[in-house]
Design a protein around this ligand. Structure first.
Ligand SMILES: Cc1cc2nc3c(=O)[nH]c(=O)nc-3n(C[C@H](O)[C@H](O)[C@H](O)COP(=O)(O)O)c2cc1C
Length: 350
């Protein structure tokens, strides 16, 4: 057994939140494995004037406080998204709040934006080296002015990150998902963009919106229309779901919170496909939800994703997953005659 699968097994003996803490601690101190060699050139992806060495990123929620992004990049991810960061520190919901649904290769979490706040995340990002790092921003639970919170996040983190994500889709902060409504979202995007541009001395930072898989068709149409109207830099599809698909086996299935992992793969990929169609392929999409192998990443790319992300599969499979996904994805692309990821984006629609 290699080091990665051994440490994954040991971590699974701990409760999920403690295991996560140990993993972040180890990566932050450089104990994690290092990817050897460079990525296959077929995986290189150009987007927003940046070149991603591969399109497989670490999703938000693992490195909430920007403690371990360097170690995560060393595991072989093409990019890492830190956060969600709230302006002020806040503890989140009482524990236990993360549950492993082992039989379902899934997790339910109701963390509620536990965050050390912007000052700590900013200080840690200020010491950044290479690699692409996005910053996912949110609002405090007790905030009376959500727009101000997101603008504060943009002001502090835009100069220190490569792209910003407006997270309006976590199910665990009351009222948050209402910000996905058209008028509220339009205001929010405008405020974040102007704060980011001001903080970057006039240079624009890509601004993305992360959406929930539980949107109605009307919500989806509104968001697609808005994304086109304001030339949004991208949508991240999707966050966790409050739905509980039939067939979940674990005794934790009725815990409240957002479900991620294998059961989210199909609904999040179908939402991605639908949003690609509704935005006519003109808005870059990041596909996330249940990716656990090269075939899953490839399916999201074919459905319209320019980049993909994952989190839950890492909990069950450990970091050996990352080189494996990249090898499988490169082989699938080449098998179908593609010379780059970009060539395969959205091919299911053609
Ligand atoms: C424990 C946990 C915490 C998460 N925290 C965040 C978060 O703070 N912000 C966010 O945008 N998404 C968060 N997510 C959602 C993930 O970024 C991702 O969208 C979702 O889990 C689906 O991907 P996956 O099936 O590969 O995990 C979290 C997910 C998990 C499992």
């Amino acid at each position: 057994m290699d080091f990665s699968s051994l440490s994954t097994r040991l971590l699974r003996l701990l409760d999920p939140e403690r295991a996560h803490g140990v993993a972040v601690w180890a990566l932050a101190r450089g104990f994690g494995p290092r990817q050897s060699g460079v990525d296959d050139p077929v995986l290189a992806t150009r987007l927003w004037d940046m070149v991603f060495p591969n399109p497989v990123g670490l999703a938000a929620g693992f490195d909430k406080n920007a403690a371990a992004y360097r170690g995560a990049l060393r595991l072989g991810f093409g990019f890492v998204e830190i956060g969600t960061v709230t302006p002020k520190p806040q503890p989140g919901n009482p524990r236990p709040r993360v549950f492993r649904l082992t039989e379902d290769a899934a997790v339910i979490n109701r963390n509620g934006f536990n965050s050390l706040g912007l000052d700590i995340a900013a200080a840690r990002l200020a010491a950044r080296g290479g690699g692409i790092v996005g910053a996912n921003i949110g609002r405090n639970k007790d905030s009376a002015d959500a727009v101000k919170d997101y603008a504060a996040g943009a002001t502090q983190l835009a100069p220190l990150s490569d792209y910003l994500v407006i997270n309006v889709s976590s199910p665990n902060t009351p009222g948050l998902r209402e910000l996905q409504g058209r008028a509220a979202l339009a205001d929010l995007i405008a405020a974040v963009r102007s704060a980011a541009t001001r903080a970057c001395n006039g240079a624009a930072r890509p601004v993305l919106v992360k959406i929930a898989p539980d949107l109605t068709d009307g919500d989806r149409r509104d968001i697609a229309a808005l994304a086109l109207e304001c030339d949004l830099d991208g949508l991240i599809i999707s966050n966790t779901t409050v739905a509980r698909p039939a067939g979940l086996k674990s005794s934790f299935r009725d815990q409240s919170g957002g479900l991620s992992g294998a059961p989210l793969f199909t609904p999040s990929t179908e939402l991605l496909r639908d949003m690609y169609r509704k935005t006519e392929g003109r808005v870059p999409l990041v596909g996330v939800g249940g990716v656990a192998d090269g075939a899953g990443a490839y399916a999201k790319i074919r459905a319209g994703a320019s980049l993909v992300q994952l989190y839950t599969a890492l909990i069950f499979e450990g970091s050996g997953l990352i080189p494996r996904i990249k090898l499988e994805l490169a082989a699938l692309l080449k098998n179908d005659g593609f010379v780059s990821v970009a060539d395969a984006v959205g091919v299911d629609h053609r």
